[in-house]
Ligand binder design. Structure first.
Ligand SMILES: Cc1cc2nc3c(=O)[nH]c(=O)nc-3n(C[C@H](O)[C@H](O)[C@H](O)COP(=O)(O)OP(=O)(O)OC[C@H]3O[C@@H](n4cnc5c(N)ncnc54)[C@H](O)[C@@H]3O)c2cc1C
Length: 413
């Protein structure tokens, strides 16, 4: 067991907290450059768009880890985490305050930590043994370890309970063999939360177990997958007789489906409440483009744009309302699925409208500012319909949990 060395605890008082956060950021980050406004001003990159190549990605990971350690050591790295596992023990209000303050600064992208901090970390808090919590939580939030999510398989995506990777009982633990796919960030991850079949004789959902796997084990082979937007953010992962000790089982053997539900709930809340409401620049840029090309009076363009802008505003308001409910102690509910679905519908609509306005300029780089950059959005948008559960699965969740319709047939098998 490691000895936890908790960082300083930031003040509870909101004014003092704000002063402490500003003092930290003044010392460790640059003020954010003023946003360039208007068509043709500044860089034309969009937030929803292309991905860095692997060399650039490694540079970004390194910068993120360096900043994370400073952030954590100053007490701001895991504000809402339990104190006994290295968190700050604060409520969501302090987290929200910090996120508001940090917007005025330029800090490294934390994309490499999304899975660990928002999806795997909370699952370890809920289901991990004391050894797992002690060994990994502080390290994850300090950026010393990066975590990935080893769920999907070639035959198990939406039908996740169909996983065929298996773990066999051996003295003191389990031997894992199998294949995972679409694993974001596996190539720079240190540990993975992995769903495996441990009891082939049990029911489809009852024979599953969740494990924490060491990604540096010699039996783990990570192979990149190239995407149509040029990125290589995810991978195939092959595991061959990888030993996992009993202490690294989350919950009990056979609890894997319940643990997976916690993780998938975290994932949908993260996408729905944290990421969908931000990144409005594609909507603002679309408005600027419509003005620039003199289309503001075109009734068809106006109508399509109005639908996009209204949906985006609705997403933000719904996410704010859900976040208030969570802050008041509520459980994440199916509203995350509604927001996630609306977001993927909106990004798709944005790409279509941009294509309608730009025509071939979107597919051939003419050098004209703000045109070809939309190709990245168009090629990346489909991933929003899949990651974290597809649009159809979000519709199934809404129909069952909100409308009370009969359960999806696959769960009755
Ligand atoms: C950017 C991105 C990052 C990802 N990162 C990870 C990761 O880190 N770890 C991980 O484990 N996975 C990851 N995934 C995989 C993701 O979870 C799966 O792609 C998703 O669950 C869908 O599974 P599938 O691709 O196997 O499609 P399938 O499940 O085979 O679905 C194919 C089609 O059938 C439809 N369909 C399937 N079942 C039903 C049903 N019951 N009712 C109605 N329609 C249905 C689907 O909606 C879809 O249109 C990632 C995916 C993307 C795009």
């Amino acid at each position: 067991m490691t000895d936890l060395v908790p960082g300083p605890v930031p003040p509870d008082d909101e004014d003092e907290f704000r002063r402490a956060a500003v003092a930290f950021l003044d010392a460790h980050a640059r003020p954010a450059a003023p946003q360039a406004v208007g068509w043709g001003v500044g860089t034309d990159e969009l937030a929803v768009g292309g991905e860095p190549g692997r060399d650039e990605e490694l540079r970004l990971v390194h910068a993120a880890v360096t900043f994370r350690r400073e952030l954590y050591d100053a007490g701001f790295g895991w504000l809402t985490g339990p104190v006994e596992w290295g968190g700050g023990g604060k409520g969501p209000r302090h987290q929200e305050l910090f996120e508001q303050i940090v917007q005025d600064y330029e800090i490294p992208s934390e994309t490499c930590f999304i899975v660990g901090h928002h999806i795997v970390g909370p699952t370890l808090v809920a289901w991990g043994t004391d050894e797992v919590k002690d060994r990994y939580l502080q390290a994850i939030y300090r950026g010393d370890l990066i975590a990935c999510q080893l769920f999907s398989e070639p035959g198990a995506g939406s039908d996740l309970a169909g996983v065929r990777s298996r773990a066999e009982r051996v003295a003191g633990g389990w031997l894992v063999t199998g294949q995972k796919v679409w694993t974001s960030g596996a190539h720079f991850s240190d540990i993975g939360e992995m769903l495996v079949r441990t009891d082939p004789g049990a029911s489809k959902h009852g024979g599953l177990t969740m494990l924490v796997v060491d990604m540096h084990d010699p039996g783990v082979d990570v192979r990149p997958l190239k995407q149509m937007n040029g990125g290589e953010a995810f991978n195939e992962v092959f595991l061959d007789n990888v030993f996992v000790p009993d202490s690294h089982v989350l919950g009990r053997p056979g609890d894997g489906w319940k643990v997976a539900m916690t993780t998938l709930g975290n994932e949908r809340s993260t996408i729905g409440f944290r990421f969908a409401p931000v990144a409005t620049d594609e909507v603002e840029r679309l408005a600027a483009m419509i003005e620039h090309f003199g289309l503001a009076d075109d009734p068809v363009i106006r109508q399509a744009f109005a639908a996009i802008a209204i949906r985006k505003t609705t997403i933000r308001w719904m996410a704010a309302r859900a976040a208030r409910g969570l802050a008041a102690g509520g459980e994440p509910g199916p509203e995350a699925s509604i927001i996630k679905l609306m977001d993927s519908v909106n990004v798709t609509a944005v790409g279509k409208l941009a294509g309608r306005i730009l025509g071939p300029r979107m597919m051939a780089d003419t050098g004209e500012w703000g045109t070809y950059v939309w190709a990245d959005l168009l090629l990346s948008a489909p991933s929003r319909r899949l990651a974290g559960g597809t649009d159809e699965i979000m519709r199934n969740i809404m129909s069952e949990r909100i409308l009370g319709l009969p359960r999806d047939a696959q769960f009755n098998r």
